[in-house]
Write a protein that binds this ligand. Structure first.
Ligand code: PRP
Length: 211
């Protein structure tokens, strides 16, 4: 079926928390998404399939319109931009905070700080807005290690419980943004397939509001 809608999701918390919401909207994958190595999953709605991809790839798939819809963290939208996307719904799931963090007791005072992060664009904007000269060091994970190994002074990372920071002798400093997962829709598809997409957005919105 060529006019099937595709919804892009990400393994982990987004998938775990989005599937129950979709189930309440009558959309269930036909096989167990968690145990399968497949990337494409037909659902109980034969006009809608799921694809499971990396979070940072969701805006790309949706921007190109090969997935008309996606669920993605606000952190990724802030970092990679939301060009070509509508963001009609805050799903209120996978909530966390994007923060600067440093070694416990860190006082700063240097003319220039070294900041390790995978969110280089967000970090650049954050420190520039404060007039702080930041040298950004791009990492792909385990940011907490960077200050410990003296690769960086600070990090910019996702904080949920704060356990990862504490376990590595660090503390949160400043909140940059409150994060949650958003439903995103390709702008052109929203126009061309409005009659199919809008009811789905409305249905998910009422489920989210109803709690
Ligand atoms: C995030 C983040 C921290 C951790 C914070 O990583 O990078 O490491 O969660 O959570 P906490 O405050 O509850 O300890 P995640 O597990 O999402 O994996 P990632 O490194 O692949 O992003």
């Amino acid at each position: 079926m060529t006019d099937r809608l595709t919804l892009a999701l990400t393994k982990g918390r987004i998938l775990k928390e989005t599937l129950p919401l979709l189930a309440r909207a009558g959309i269930e994958p036909l096989e167990d998404v968690h145990s399968s190595r497949k990337l494409v999953f037909p659902t109980t709605r034969d006009d809608l399939q799921l694809i499971i991809i990396r979070g940072s790839d969701v805006p790309t798939y949706v921007r190109h319109g090969v997935a008309q819809l996606g669920v993605v963290g606000k952190d990724i939208l802030l970092e990679h931009g939301a060009e070509g996307l509508y963001e009609p719904l805050d799903l209120g799931i996978a909530r966390c905070r994007l923060m600067t963090a440093g070694p416990t007791g860190w006082r700063g005072g240097k003319a220039r700080v070294r900041v390790a992060t995978k969110f280089v664009n967000i970090a650049r904007r954050h420190f520039a807005a404060r007039g702080v000269h930041a040298e950004l060091i791009k990492l792909y994970g385990a940011m907490e290690l960077a200050p410990m190994m003296d690769l960086a002074d600070l990090i910019v990372d996702i904080v949920d419980t704060g356990n990862t920071l504490r376990a590595n002798g660090m503390e949160p400093l400043e909140e940059i943004a409150a994060i949650s997962s958003r439903l995103v829709v390709n702008k052109a598809a929203m126009r061309s397939s409005h009659r199919r997409i809008q009811p789905l957005v409305d249905q998910l919105a009422s489920l989210v509001e109803g709690g």
